[in-house]
Design a protein around this ligand. Structure first.
Ligand SMILES: C[S@@+](CC[C@H](N)C(=O)[O-])C[C@H]1O[C@@H](n2cnc3c(N)ncnc32)[C@H](O)[C@@H]1O
Length: 262
């Protein structure tokens, strides 16, 4: 059964009244406002920056995530994409389902959702709705969705275990939880290159393209503060999910965690 606690079994970044915001410790109650400020600043440049920072790799990672969600051939499939931002994952789900899935894009930041709405309109995509809400308090009844995804979102949420418990609550029996997130590089050589690239190139690209390096420094620091793939898998299991597991991609630059509501 899901735990009611706010902390994971082996991950205590949320313990007490402080948590991390990148490399800084901040009061738990302040983190969300700071995160929101980052995404208000980057919303209009978010998609172009994603392509530049990841050399387009985020597209391939999202395709793997959507493949695992298996939306094809399932009429009536209800999918929730949390921290869905500008809609990238949601659009892929709708397309992969042949237009049969209904996808709810949920994000706490209205600016990110607005970019998403405009992109969906330009593409003529139907079967989507956009909900401004917090991953920690989902505004849906229990057992509403067949699948839940969260891509590059969970590390921004102040109380990660609370968000995982909410994911469990809103999924139907047999529903699947999938999380794509940056992880730890486990390939010798690649780790050093990745470290240098993240802390030097990414804020520099942010400064040139988006006019401010600071939000991108937060993004890189928050990746380093996120728990190991093993610890995060234990948190997924603690939320109640069965068969909690993870797959590393691109030498561990990202990992996809999976769990089933059995
Ligand atoms: C790095 S973006 C990821 C966007 C999208 N999923 C993608 O992969 O392109 C992180 C998103 O998480 C959202 N976010 C942060 N805290 C949140 C919370 N507590 N609940 C819901 N969304 C949140 C931000 O507003 C932002 O849009």
């Amino acid at each position: 059964m899901p735990q009611d606690t706010q902390t994971g079994p082996t991950f205590d970044r949320d313990a007490g009244d402080t948590t991390d915001f990148g490399f800084s410790a901040v009061p738990l109650a302040e983190k969300q406002a700071r995160v929101d400020d980052v995404f208000h600043k980057v919303a209009s440049r978010y998609d172009v920056m994603n392509d530049l920072m990841s050399a387009g790799l985020h597209r391939a990672w999202k395709d793997v995530l959507v493949g695992m969600a298996r939306p094809a051939g399932r009429p009536g499939f209800r999918h929730l994409d949390v921290a869905g931002g500008t809609g990238d994952v949601a659009f892929r789900i709708v397309e992969a389902s042949g237009g049969k899935a209904h996808v709810t894009v949920l994000d706490i930041n209205g600016d990110m959702l607005e970019v998403g709405r405009q992109r969906a309109e330009k593409r003529g995509l139907a079967g989507l709705d956009f909900v401004e809400a917090n991953a920690e308090a989902l505004p849906f009844p229990d057992k509403t969705f067949d699948a839940y995804t969260i891509a590059f979102g969970i590390r921004n949420v102040p109380r990660v275990q609370v968000a995982l418990n909410e994911a469990y609550r809103v999924l139907k029996r047999g529903g699947r939880f999938l999380c794509l997130e940056f992880s730890q590089v486990d390939v010798p050589g690649l780790d050093k290159f990745y470290e240098a690239y993240s802390f030097t190139a990414i804020p520099a690209i942010g400064k040139v393209v988006a006019g401010d390096g600071a939000p991108y420094r937060y993004l890189v620091e928050s990746i380093r503060k996120f728990p190991s793939a093993e610890d995060f898998r234990d948190m997924v299991a603690a939320a109640g999910f069965g068969r909690a597991s993870f797959t590393r991609l691109t030498g561990g630059v990202v990992a996809i965690h999976s769990g089933w509501k059995l």
